[in-house]
Design a protein. Structure first.
Length: 204
C-alpha cells in the first residue's frame, strides 16, 4: 500500500482530535440535559459513563466491520455527518424526550439509563467508528499498525481531555448547553465536509 500523503494524514489526525473532543464534550453536556429530570448524582453519572462506553464499544466493532467492506474516509465522513445531524436535533427534542421518559417510567436507574441511551448512544456510536477506520487508512503494512493505532488513539484521547475541560470550564458557564450542542454539530459537519472533499483513499 502506498504511503498516505502528509495532508491526508494531517486531516485524519486533526479529525481524530476534533471527534475526540466533541465526544467527551457531549458526554459532559449530557449531565446538563439529564440534571433537571434525573438529578446530578452518582446514578446519573454511572448511566452516562456506561452509555458512552457501550457506544464506543459498538462503534469500534462497527468500524472494524466497515474496514472489511468500505474502507474509505468517506465512510467515516458519513458517520460523522449523521452524528452531527443527530446533535443538531438534540436541543429541540431533549426536554420532551426526558419528560416523557420520566412520566412513563419514573425516576431511578432504569429511566436514567434509558434517557442517557436516547441522548448519547446513536451519535457516540457513530463517532466511535472513526478510529478503527482511521487506523486502517493510515497503515501501510503490518509493521506500521501498532505505531499508527497508538497515534490515532493518543490524539483522540488528547481531544477527549481538551473537550472535557473546555466544555466544562469554559463553554458551559458562558454560552449554555444548547448553544454548545449546535456548535458541536457544526464542527462535526465541517469535519465531515473536509473528509468528503478530499480525494478518497481506499484500502486495497
Amino acid at each position: 500500500m502506498t504511503r498516505p500523503s502528509p495532508l491526508f494524514a494531517f486531516l485524519i489526525y486533526a479529525c481524530a482530535f476534533i471527534v475526540g473532543g466533541v465526544l467527551m464534550g457531549f458526554e459532559m453536556l449530557g449531565s446538563r440535559y439529564l440534571f433537571p429530570y434525573f438529578g446530578g448524582g452518582i446514578g446519573t453519572w454511572a448511566s452516562l459513563i456506561s452509555t458512552v462506553l457501550c457506544a464506543l464499544a459498538i462503534g469500534y466493532f462497527a468500524g472494524s466491520a466497515i474496514v472489511a467492506r468500505h474502507p474509505s474516509q468517506r465512510s467515516i465522513a458519513a458517520a460523522i455527518l449523521i452524528a452531527a445531524a443527530y446533535l443538531a436535533f438534540v436541543p429541540g427534542t431533549a426536554d420532551p424526550v426526558m419528560s416523557k421518559i420520566l412520566d412513563a417510567i419514573g425516576d431511578g436507574a432504569s429511566p436514567t439509563l434509558l434517557a442517557s441511551t436516547a441522548l448519547l448512544l446513536v451519535p457516540l456510536t457513530l463517532l466511535g467508528t472513526f478510529s478503527p477506520i482511521a487506523v486502517s487508512l493510515l497503515t501501510r503494512s503490518a509493521d506500521d499498525a501498532g505505531r499508527v493505532a497508538g497515534l490515532v488513539y493518543g490524539v483522540s484521547t488528547i481531544g477527549n481531555v481538551v473537550g472535557t475541560l473546555v466544555t466544562t470550564f469554559m463553554l458551559i458557564p458562558t454560552i449554555g448547553s444548547r448553544n454548545i450542542t449546535y456548535i458541536f454539530a457544526v464542527t462535526l459537519a465541517a469535519c465531515a465536509g473536509v473528509l468528503f472533499l478530499h480525494p478518497p483513499r481506499r484500502i486495497s
